[in-house]
Design a protein around this ligand. Structure first.
Ligand SMILES: Nc1ncnc2c1ncn2[C@@H]1O[C@H](COP(=O)(O)OP(=O)(O)OP(=O)(O)O)[C@@H](O)[C@H]1O
Length: 326
């Protein structure tokens, strides 16, 4: 339904979006995730047709957003990061004005939107007196005026307090049941909570495009177990760890810096010199018990055992700082 094909956007000599391609099917809720300046807003503005790509094509239901702009634009509701509301207007008047400009019958649609977006109690208040959470809801009502099939929300929870965030997310989930939604955010947890799929953008390029759940299993669950033991060499320890069922690999290391000091390979202990190694684990497995049994079984003495999970935050940091996990 939305096809972005090899799209780039330059501002002068600066390339903000650099040859990105993806397609979004009807009904998907997709998160555009990336750090500040990654190119999320520029991408969204191009999808809405408000900004022309320097290269590439964007199709909405097979039609070029630029060449058939009015028809395609009617399918899209857009809420910019700071919804440009007329703050000296009463909420109800503002929505009626938006309806009039967009050629929508306000008498039916405005009360509907007030219900849908939870605006009933602020309809007669001045927009300048509304909390940021309510202003976002008014912005959402504006974006939904023409009952668009596609909703594009630029950082919809930015600047909200924790309670407002929960409320606005709930609203987005509800609205997303019957629409295609694209949400930009730099909050990983938001994508996990709201989106079926995540497209990670870094420096104008796509760093990852994956169903949200798969991102977790592909990257988020790998872990490593740090082991220090006495009675063997680091090489012997690594070889033994590498043969454990579920181990993806093991290597000898010089020791670990920990909160309580350092365990250095070669350090003297009452049980002999300390050996250190790291064993990596694929998927959800936890090898700590197996490591403990292995070390005891070999007649060595366990001095340290620690689990390091590769969290989704780590994945995000690696993907958006030029690292490559794919
Ligand atoms: N009109 C413009 N003229 C010049 N540079 C621009 C323009 N619009 C955006 N940029 C630059 O393009 C890059 C991408 O900006 P964009 O707003 O798309 O990022 P973003 O991912 O939405 O970031 P944020 O989370 O901070 O909103 C930034 O470096 C920005 O300064």
């Amino acid at each position: 339904m939305i096809e972005v094909q090899q799209v780039s956007r330059r501002f002068g000599t600066f390339t903000a979006v650099d040859g990105i391609s993806f397609s979004i099917q009807k009904g998907e809720i997709v998160g555009l995730l990336g750090p500040n300046g990654a190119g999320k807003t520029t991408t969204m503005r191009m999808i809405t047709g408000y900004l022309e790509p320097t290269a590439g094509v964007i199709l909405i239901d097979g039609e070029n957003i630029l060449s058939n702009s009015e028809k395609a634009k009617r399918k899209i509701g857009y809420m910019p990061e700071s919804a440009p509301l007329y703050s000296d207007m009463i909420t109800a008047d503002y929505l009626e004005y938006v309806a009039a400009v967009q050629g929508v019958d306000a008498s039916e649609r405005v009360p509907q939107l007030a219900r849908m977006c939870g605006l009933a109690e602020v309809m007669h208040k001045n927009i300048s007196d509304l909390s940021r959470g309510y202003r976002q809801r008014v912005g959402l009502a504006h974006a939904l005026m023409q009952d668009p099939e596609i909703l594009i929300l630029d950082e919809p929870t930015s600047g909200l307090d924790p309670n407002q965030i929960i409320e606005v997310r709930k609203l987005i989930r509800e609205i997303g049941k019957t629409r295609t939604v694209i949400i930009s955010t730099h909050i990983l947890g938001e994508v996990e909570m709201l989106c079926d799929r995540v497209i990670i953008i870094s420096r104008g390029k796509i760093a990852a495009d994956s169903p949200t759940g798969e991102l977790k299993t592909r990257f988020g669950r790998s872990s490593a177990v740090r082991v220090s033991a006495a009675g063997c060499s680091s090489a012997e320890l690594a070889a033994a760890l590498g043969s454990l069922e579920g181990a993806a690999g093991a290597s000898a290391v010089d020791g670990f810096a920990g909160d309580g000091g350092q365990a250095a390979a070669g350090e003297d202990t009452p049980d002999g010199k300390l050996a250190s190694a790291v064993v990596s684990v694929e998927g959800d497995g936890d090898l700590r018990g197996a490591v403990s049994r292995l070390v005891h079984g070999k007649g060595w003495t366990l001095y340290e055992l620690g689990l390091e999970r590769n969290s989704l935050e780590d994945v995000f940091r690696t993907l958006t700082s030029g690292g490559d996990l794919s």
